[in-house]
Ligand binder design. Structure first.
Ligand code: GLU
Length: 304
């Protein structure tokens, strides 16, 4: 219902915009949420669905998407404000999920044409290498090591590693970790690697950050470490029992993971991000800004 209304309202804008942008869309529709509910239901509120679908010459990924008529996107679903699946309503929300929707829209695919696949941190590269997904948007830091297996578009966001502790904890930040502190993080993440390499803390490694948060609430671990943007979401869900402490102690530049060497697709995504500053801001404000996360849109990396 809402989708139809919005599509109708912005069809003219979309067509006019397409005339100017040749092969890239995802042009601003209305960078405010007309429903006023602040919740994302997958409607194309923040961007228009490209019609006709653009051609992306030389991209094997887009060729496969076109043949299939669906977009397969890897996401997280236990990270509030970033990549979240509401178990009660079945709705996906969050900054990363909306970025994923925006890219799909710029390729000409609406919510009903997106197949979201939850993929844990440890399994991201393999899912992209295997072609299980067309792209991945889920707090995925751009690193040289990962670039040996896949390519990244972006960055589309920059955050830093932090610490989540119990509200009554004495831990003040990364410098207060000792050999007696037990810190939980996730296999295959930059967070677990850094905490092992740079602090004396004992570590517990699980598959999902939400599992670490459960252990923290149960008193099984003293802290959870990963990117602040993620931790702020967990703290906001349970402010009486959890708090984020200290200053961020790394720089995590979030990229969109795609098949290695698909530079045409990387360039297409980068153009969407670069041309869509208003959309980025709307998506950011709605999901992360509202939650108290600070940030501005970073410049994308040169391709190659
Ligand atoms: N951004 C970090 C990483 O890509 C931590 C968050 C995550 O595991 O998704 O490893």
């Amino acid at each position: 219902m809402r989708k139809t209304r919005i599509a109708g309202a912005f069809a003219g804008i979309a067509i006019a915009a397409l005339a100017f942008t040749a092969c890239n869309s995802g042009t601003p529709g209305e960078p405010t949420d007309p429903s006023g509910d602040g919740g994302s239901t997958g409607d194309a509120t923040w961007f228009t669905v490209a019609d006709p679908k653009p051609t992306v010459d030389g991209s094997d990924t887009v060729k496969a998407i076109t043949a299939r008529g669906k977009v397969k996107v890897g996401v997280k679903e236990d990270q509030p404000n970033l990549g979240y699946l509401d178990p009660a309503t079945g709705e996906r929300s969050g900054f990363d999920v909306d970025i994923a929707r925006w890219i799909a829209a710029s390729l000409g695919y609406d919510e009903k044409d997106i197949e979201f696949q939850p993929i844990d941190s440890a399994n991201r590269e393999q899912a992209i290498v295997n072609g299980d997904i067309d792209y991945y948007v889920g707090t995925y830091s751009i690193t040289d090591k990962r670039k040996e297996q896949i390519s990244f578009a972006g960055p589309y966001f920059v955050t830093g590693q932090g610490l989540l502790v119990a509200a009554d904890s004495d831990l003040k930040g990364v410098d207060s970790l000792t050999a007696d502190t037990v810190v939980c993080s996730v296999t295959g993440s930059t967070s677990i690697q850094r905490i092992k390499e740079e602090t004396p803390a004992k570590t517990v490694e699980l598959s999902k950050y939400s599992e670490c948060v459960e252990q923290l609430k149960n008193g099984q671990v003293d802290a959870v470490t990963t990117d602040e943007a993620i931790l702020i979401g967990y703290a906001a869900q349970d402010p009486d029992n959890l708090k984020v402490v200290g200053e961020p102690f790394s720089e995590e530049r979030y990229g969109i993971g795609v098949k290695k060497g698909d530079t045409a697709f990387v360039e297409f995504i980068n153009t969407t991000l670069t041309d869509g500053g208003d959309i980025w801001t709307a998506i950011f404000d709605k999901n992360l800004g509202k939650a108290g996360v600070k940030g501005t849109q970073p410049k994308v990396d040169p391709v190659g």
